[in-house]
Design a protein around this ligand. Sequence first.
Ligand code: FES
Ligand code: FES
Length: 178
Amino acid sequence: MISFTLNNNPIEVDADPSMPLLWALRDVLDMTGTKYGCGIAQCGACTVHMDGSPIRSCVMPLSAISGKKITTIEGLPKDASHPVQQAWLDNNVPQCGYCQSGQIMAAVALLESNPNPSDEAIDTAMQGNICRCGTYPRIKAAIKDAAAMQSGKQASQHAESPAQHFDFNLAKNVGDNA
Ligand code: FES
Ligand code: FES
């Protein structure tokens, strides 16, 4: 039995300690927002946070997360009120959507560690998150917008986004059969 905190809720998972966290999330806990892409820590689709830092859940065994704080895409606000979610909506970032939960979690972690990242810092932080649809320019623009929102520069402009009903479960649902 592995005990850890998942999206601020203490849980226990009865599974093989060598099982990758991604498998436990999707197949044991039925939390399919986190995606399987490569399975070898090369694409970033499976990015979640462990104690606030981005990790590749496809190569993280359950034994390594005992007692840790894990945050997945489902741990972000359901009303899409997080600045990164808002910026993703405002910039219409997703195309097919498959990589996007990993991209968003990487962006959230970046802005928590560096609230005002340079272009170079964004490139460095995001380079491990692959998007086969090539949404990189919109991702970078959204991260800059999110940084500005977080600093309050655009707080009033984004107070009532018309895109709030965008279904963030899209990223959760796309590729569930993968
Ligand atoms: S599925 Fe984990 S990095 Fe690709
Ligand atoms: S939006 Fe399709 S892979 Fe990134």
